[in-house]
Design a protein around this ligand. Structure first.
Ligand code: BGC
Ligand code: NOJ
Length: 829
């Protein structure tokens, strides 16, 4: 069952009912100001950091789900409704929500009034613009009241939801004309405030939540809206809100447009306050403020400058069109025309869009991540970069430097950092022994995309301490050595607190209820080893050697290669179980993820990297391994992480065995590492298998089963419940997942096979045999490559002919050009 449809021409997903199986959301903003918005206008905004600079309030896990957002209420002669249905939930005559790239348009109609709400965050603007168009579609004159509404968050979202004994006293606002300002804590230590304005005179306003809603009322029963009259309330502690009330008269067929702007402003310290208003009568008349004090009045210059950028419909429309143009240009970097419509829409629109969002958010703020739990993940951000680097390489570069600066001198890294401060998070610390390798992979991807080898000479601190700065290449070396110097009894890498699988906690031994598996480590383990890190090392390690070569250090490259050779041998000796790769050795030195195990005899994670690294290829280990993955992990909804699922708690394995079978890391379908298998299948030439796995989890292919899948059909979810779960096929944790980047890598570099390399663009597709070919445009280092792939002999892989600008070339790598448009023809056979 579907709840909408894809509009590929407009690059939108159109939702046709407000009652989707779960709130289906979108993200507005890509630079500093961000909003989450659901299909009923729920959600919230923040500046840079969802925890430390939360602008509007949102209550997670609310009842009913998704209550709170930016709401517009209409009182049409006593008939109260919202164009986005929530929170009043009055029946609508028409409803549609279009989630587009950086904007959301919600249309609702009821009893002769139709309203269209356009929400977006313009480029280079620290705010959300809301265009509201109201039309009288009936035959009589209408006089309606329109109320806006949002609730301010007192900045630190964690404190806001916990520290009520203080926070109920601190809320402060100012109101000047049609703009409501939120200034809690501004008089002392904050240099920032927020505002919400509209480009029309007000019939009234409210800034105190209880006055607006009425005591004991929810958002759906706002008293001021029911009364058709605002209270002009001035918040004084408790819960400050912002609500404008407009009176609108519309002749039959007439419509009116308004522009609202929600903004965030920082003032330099010396310019925080307005000049002393002395005895002027502005206070109480023009400026209304909490406490009615003449002191500490905000200097609003910067706010008014922002408002002036969007205070007419024409200006707002221009900003909106600029945003669309920006996205069209960004997506033009990689564009495919294949025989598969769903693949095209994933590749050309939604997967790339999601990669931008994961790059910006890491795992911080979604409808499954509260924005207070996790900042930027080290391994997460390095992987997110893989799917984003071709879009805006300069931002990827900046991110690489930020991440490398949170590395430690031993080559390890803070596992997370806060985006606002860019400082490593001490609570969580380090010791996730896969972390350093992802950094090498990210830097390699950036260098291959851009040819900017100078990044390796960039001086970057360790632990954000400038006195400990060294070149980025030095960071790479220490990252590489981190693996080499931390090996266990079999010579395999020690796992540390965990590797990619946060829930495989082999040094934890937790028996305490509520203890965090993420932060508790009972021992500095010297026994538990990860075959996954070993396989990653075999796959990623050569990238470090290549960097050394780029920099002319052949001796170091050779040293690295010999370390890798040793590891390859070790994996085949101790990490291969005959038909697939083991997962780990536990703290007792016992095998995990092998035939002799009681449960979880096979795990997905090491298999993909081992095959990609070609481990044991000469003896057919790659095909055996992939066949085992198919045989033991494949389901109709994708590949489960491990099998058979753990059915009891194993203290020596940790969190993985706390999940009920079929969920999350315990035999859920983790879409992230399905992509590694897709890459591996494509690499070995099995294009049909690669495509089978790709299409099982890519959301556009699951649209028809949205009632089962439940999360958005336009973005990947982290996990789909596995075969052992009662809800097999149901997705959770949509949006913020490494699935986005890795599946983009899988489809763009392995299935479609367009792979940036140091010496050019490699073209090596691995497609379903029945494809006649495809066309693709790729912008690479400033040049446009128009690529036509032909498949006359119905194969999956193997380039037999390469023609570049009319001239036949050997091999399958097209060199970088100095700009221009180039025609590339490739024949498979
Ligand atoms: C989840 C993991 C996640 C980890 C870190 C665990 O509970 O299962 O997927 O990576 O928490 O937040
Ligand atoms: C989600 C985390 O964000 C990621 O870092 C981790 O690798 C996976 N879960 C698997 O545990």
């Amino acid at each position: 069952m579907k709840f909408g449809y894809f509009d590929d021409v407009n690059k939108e997903y159109v939702i046709t009912t407000p009652q989707t199986p779960y709130p289906w959301i979108n993200y507005l903003g890509t630079q500093g100001f961000f909003s989450l918005i659901s299909n009923t206008a729920g959600g919230y905004s923040f500046y840079k950091d969802a925890r430390l600079r939360r602008i509007t309030r949102y209550r997670y896990n609310n009842v009913p789900v998704d209550m709170g957002g930016r709401y517009f209420y209409i009182n049409d002669n006593g008939h109260v409704w919202n164009p986005g249905w929530s929170p009043v939930k009055a029946a609508l005559d028409g409803y549609e929500c279009r989630h587009g790239l950086g904007y959301t348009i919600i249309k609702g109609s009821s009893q002769g009034i139709s309203a269209e709400l356009t929400f977006f965050v313009p480029q280079d603007f620290n705010g959300e613009v809301q265009k509201v168009s109201i039309k009288n579609t009936g035959s009589a004159v209408k006089k309606i009241k329109l109320f806006s509404f949002l609730e301010w968050c007192l900045w630190d979202a964690n404190d806001d939801t916990t520290n009520f004994q203080r926070n109920f006293n601190t809320g402060e606002v100012e109101i000047e004309n049609s703009t409501i300002f939120h200034k809690t804590e501004y008089k002392e230590r904050r240099d920032h405030f927020a505002f919400y304005s509209v480009n029309a005179p007000l019939a009234g306003f409210d800034t105190d939540r209880e006055s607006f809603l009425g005591p004991y009322n929810g958002f759906g029963e706002a008293q001021a809206v029911k009364n058709g009259k605002a209270n002009n309330s001035v918040a004084d502690g408790w819960s400050p809100i912002a609500s404008h009330c407009l009176e609108i008269e519309l002749a039959p067929g007439a419509s009116k447009d308004f522009v609202f702007a929600l903004g965030y402003v920082e003032n330099p310290f010396a310019e925080k306050f307005a000049p002393d208003l002395g005895g002027s009568d502005k206070i109480g008349e023009k400026i209304i403020t909490t406490g009615n004090s003449r002191k500490n009045i905000i200097n609003k210059k910067r706010a008014y400058e922002m408002i002036a950028q969007c205070d007419t419909v024409e200006k707002a429309d221009k900003l909106f069109n600029d945003l669309k143009a920006h996205w069209n240009a960004l997506l033009g970097q990689y564009k495919v025309d294949s025989p598969d419509e769903k693949l095209n829409r994933m590749v050309n629109i939604w997967n790339q869009y999601q990669c931008m969002v994961t790059f910006n958010m890491s795992r911080s703020a979604s409808y499954f991540e509260s924005g207070i739990g996790r900042g930027m993940g080290f391994r997460d951000s390095n992987q997110d970069l893989l799917g984003f680097v071709h879009q805006i390489p300069a931002r990827a570069r900046e991110r690489i430097i930020d991440l490398a600066a949170t590395m430690m001198e031993d080559g390890g890294a803070y596992h997370q950092y806060q985006p606002l401060t860019k400082m490593g998070n001490h609570e969580l610390g380090s010791n996730f022994n896969d972390d350093p390798l992802w950094m090498i992979l990210a830097v390699a991807a950036y260098m291959k995309e851009t040819g900017d080898f100078a990044i390796l000479d960039e001086r970057v601190p360790y632990e954000n301490d400038e006195s400990k700065a060294a070149t980025l290449l030095d960071h790479m070396k220490r990252a590489f050595n981190h693996v080499c110097t931390k090996k266990g009894p079999h010579g395999l890498p020690l796992i540390g607190r965990a590797d990619w699988n946060d829930c495989l906690n082999l040094n934890c031994f937790s028996a305490e209820p509520g203890q965090s598996f993420q932060t508790t480590t009972s021992k500095d383990g010297k026994v538990a080893e990860s075959v996954m890190i070993a396989a990653m090392f075999a796959f990623i390690g050569p990238e470090y050697a290549a960097m050394c070569r780029v920099k002319g250090d052949n001796a170091e490259a050779q040293r690295a290669e010999s370390e890798i050779a040793v590891m390859r041998k070790t994996v085949m000796e101790h990490g291969f179980d005959g038909e697939w790769f083991l997962r780990a050795y536990d703290d007792f030195g016992k095998k995990l993820g092998g035939k002799e195990c009681e449960e979880s005899k096979i795990f997905i994670e090491p298999q993909g990297f081992a095959v990609l690294a070609g481990l044991g290829k000469e003896q057919g280990a790659d095909i055996k391994t992939l066949d085992s993955v198919d045989k033991y992990l494949n389901t109709k909804h994708g590949l489960v992480l491990n099998n058979p699922a753990f059915t009891r708690y194993y203290i020596q394995y940790g969190e993985i065995s706390t999940y009920p079978p079929g969920y999350k890391e315990n035999a859920g379908i983790f879409c992230h590492n399905n992509a590694w298998i897709i890459c591996a299948e494509a690499e070995t030439g099995r294009g049909d298998k690669a495509f089978e796995y790709y299409s099982k989890i890519a959301p556009a292919y699951r649209e028809e089963i949205s009632d089962l899948h439940r999360t958005e059909p336009y973005v990947y979810a982290q996990m789909i419940a596995g075969k052992d779960a009662a809800r097999h096929g149901e997705a959770k944790n949509s949006w913020l997942t490494g699935t986005a980047a890795w599946n983009f890598v899988a489809v763009s570099q392995y299935i479609l096979g367009i792979k940036p390399q140091y010496d050019g663009l490699k073209i090596d597709p691995s497609i379903p045999k029945n494809w006649a070919g495809f066309k693709l445009t790729r912008i690479f280092r400033g040049a446009t490559y128009n690529i036509t792939v032909k498949n006359p002999n119905k194969v999956s892989k193997g380039v037999t002919k390469l023609v570049v600008d009319g001239a036949e070339k050997a091999g399958n790598v097209v060199p970088p050009f100095d700009g221009g448009i180039h025609e590339i023809e490739v024949v498979l056979g």
